[in-house]
Design a protein around this ligand. Structure first.
Ligand SMILES: *Cc1c(COP(=O)(O)O)cnc(C)c1O
Length: 451
C-alpha cells in the first residue's frame, strides 16, 4: 500500500465489529465504547505520524478493551474479607444485617422517606429512626445525620460558630484519612482552644480556658490510638459539673457507638448519658453495627437547634442509610444483637473458628495448616485489643505470597487475605460461615493455578 499510512488504519465500523469490542458494548453500551475507540484510533494516527508501526486490528481492539475495563474495574464489588479485621475501614467497616439489606432494597424504589401513609401528606424524614434511637438510648432527643464527621460539623457550626471550643490537646486526633478534629473545627468556623499537654490535661486547664467567648467544651474519644504511661484526663463527670457551673454545654464525641457493656477502654453511650453530657455523637456503623451515620443524642433544646440549622439540610441522612439504620435500631431494641454481623463475628471463640479452619485446611491439603493468631476489631476502634483466632496458614510455594494474594484479589468474588513472611493467612472470623465453601474453592483454584 502506498500513500498515507494512516489510511491503512482500521475504520471505526470495523473496530466496533470486532468480537472483543462487541463484548465490551454488551457491558458498557455503544456510546462509551465508541468514544474510547475513537480516542484509540486518534492515538494510533498520531503514532503513525511519528513513525510508529501500523497497529493491527487486534492491537486496537486490545487497547480499547483495556481502556474500557480500566474505566469500570474500580466499581464497588462485594468481597470475601478473610483478614480477620472486623471493622475493615477499606472494606466498608460494618457489614449490614440481612434485615438492613432488605430495608435498603425496599427504600431503593419509591418509599415513604418523607410521606405519611396515614394522612397522605408530607412526612418528616428520619422521624422513626429518631424515635427508635430515643427509645434505645433513653436520651431526651435524637438526630441522625449522614456520618459522625458531619454530626460534629453540624454541632460545632450550629452551637459555636465564631466562638471558642475548648478541647484537650491529647484529643486533637486524626481518625482515618482526612478526618482531623482541628480541621473539622476550622471548617465549622469555630476557634479551637487547646488545653493541657498531649499526655496530661487537668480540670484546672479547662477552668482556666473558659471565658465569655467559650461556646462549647468538647471531649473526643481518641478512637484509634492510646496514650499509655504518665497520663491524666479529668473524669467526664467533673467536666459535666464544670459545664453546669459555667453554663457552657459539653459535647462528647464517643466514636464507635458502643451502647453499654465493656470492650477494652471504649467509652459507652450509657456512661456518657449517665454523666449527663449535653450532647453525645457516635457512629452508626463501627461497634453499632449498622450503616455509616452520625447519631446525635442529648438535650432537646440543643438537638432542636441542630435540626433547624441550614447545615442539617446539607448533611441530612440519605434514604438508603435511613432504611438500614431503622433496621439496625430494631435489632438493638429487640435485644437480637446476633442479627448484626459484627456481633456474631466479635463473639466467635477460637474453638468455633478452629472447627471451620480445620475443614478449610483439610480441603486444601498439604499446602495448609492451622496456626494460632489474632484478628482485630479495626475501624479505629479498640487499638491494641486482639481477637484470638485460629488461622489457616497457606504455603503458596512455588508462588510467592504476594503473587498468591494478588491471585485471590483477582478471583470472583475477590478474596482479601493477609500475606506474611512467605505465608498467606486466612482468618475465618470475618467470613460468613455460609461462604466457607466458596472460599475453599477459590483458595484451591488459586493454589493450582500455577502448578
Ligand atoms: C470514627 C470516628 C469519627 C468519624 O466517623 P465517620 O462516621 O467516619 O464520620 C468521629 N469521631 C470519632 C471519635 C470516631 O471514632
Amino acid at each position: 500500500m502506498n500513500g498515507d499510512p494512516r489510511r491503512a488504519l482500521p475504520k471505526m465500523d470495523v473496530v466496533l465489529a470486532h468480537p472483543w469490542i462487541t463484548e465490551q458494548m454488551h457491558l458498557c453500551g455503544r456510546p462509551l465504547v465508541a468514544e474510547v475507540a475513537r480516542r484509540a484510533l486518534d492515538l494510533a494516527r498520531e503514532g503513525l505520524a511519528e513513525g510508529q508501526p501500523l497497529p493491527s486490528l487486534d492491537d486496537i481492539a486490545q487497547t480499547v478493551t483495556t481502556s474500557v475495563t480500566a474505566l469500570t474495574s474500580g466499581r464497588i464489588r462485594a468481597v470475601i474479607n478473610a483478614t480477620g479485621v472486623v471493622l475493615h475501614t477499606n472494606l466498608g467497616r460494618a457489614p449490614l444485617s440481612d434485615a438492613a439489606r432488605e430495608a435498603v432494597t425496599a427504600a431503593a424504589g419509591y418509599s415513604t422517606v418523607e410521606f405519611d401513609l396515614q394522612t397522605g401528606g408530607r412526612g418528616k424524614r428520619g422521624t422513626t429512626a429518631n424515635l427508635l434511637l430515643r427509645e434505645l438510648t433513653g436520651a431526651p432527643a435524637c438526630l441522625a445525620v449522614n456520618n459522625a464527621a458531619a454530626a460534629l460539623l453540624l454541632a460545632l457550626n450550629a452551637l459555636a460558630r465564631d466562638r471558642e471550643v475548648v478541647v484537650s490537646r491529647g484529643e486533637l486526633v486524626e481518625i482515618g484519612g482526612e478526618f482531623r478534629i482541628p480541621a473539622i473545627m476550622e471548617a465549622a468556623g469555630v476557634k479551637l482552644v487547646e488545653v493541657g499537654s498531649t499526655n496530661r490535661t487537668h480540670l484546672s486547664d479547662y477552668v482556666d480556658a473558659i471565658s465569655e467567648r467559650t461556646a462549647l467544651l468538647m471531649v473526643v474519644h481518641p478512637s484509634n490510638y492510646r496514650i499509655e504511661g504518665f497520663t491524666a484526663q479529668p473524669p467526664l463527670t467533673d467536666l459535666v459539673d464544670l459545664a453546669r457551673k459555667t453554663g457552657v454545654p459539653l459535647l462528647h464525641d464517643i466514636g464507635s457507638g458502643l451502647l453499654h457493656g465493656q470492650m477494652g477502654d471504649e467509652p459507652t453511650l450509657e456512661d456518657s448519658l449517665r454523666a449527663e453530657v449535653d450532647l453525645a455523637v457516635f457512629s452508626g456503623d463501627k461497634l453499632f453495627g449498622g450503616p455509616q451515620a452520625g447519631l446525635i443524642v442529648g438535650r432537646s433544646d440543643l438537638v432542636q437547634r441542630l435540626a433547624r440549622h441550614p447545615v442539617a439540610r446539607a448533611v441530612r441522612i440519605d434514604k438508603l442509610t435511613l432504611a438500614a439504620l431503622e433496621a439496625t435500631l430494631l435489632s438493638h431494641l429487640s435485644g437480637r444483637l446476633e442479627e448484626l454481623p459484627i456481633w456474631r463475628m466479635l463473639n466467635l471463640s477460637p474453638q468455633d473458628l478452629r472447627i471451620r479452619a480445620e475443614q478449610m485446611a483439610d480441603g486444601l491439603g498439604r499446602a495448609a495448616s492451622l496456626r494460632e493468631g489474632a484478628g482485630v476489631v479495626g475501624g479505629g476502634s479498640l487499638p491494641g485489643e486482639r481477637l484470638p483466632s485460629v488461622l489457616v496458614e497457606i504455603d503458596p510455594q512455588p508462588m510467592s505470597e504476594t503473587a498468591f494474594v494478588a491471585g485471590l484479589r483477582a478471583a470472583d468474588p475477590p478474596v482479601i487475605a493477609r500475606a506474611e513472611k512467605g505465608r498467606v493467612l486466612v482468618d475465618l472470623r470475618t467470613v460468613p460461615p455460609e461462604e466457607d465453601g466458596r472460599l475453599l474453592r477459590i483458595l484451591r483454584d488459586a493454589l493450582t493455578a500455577d502448578a
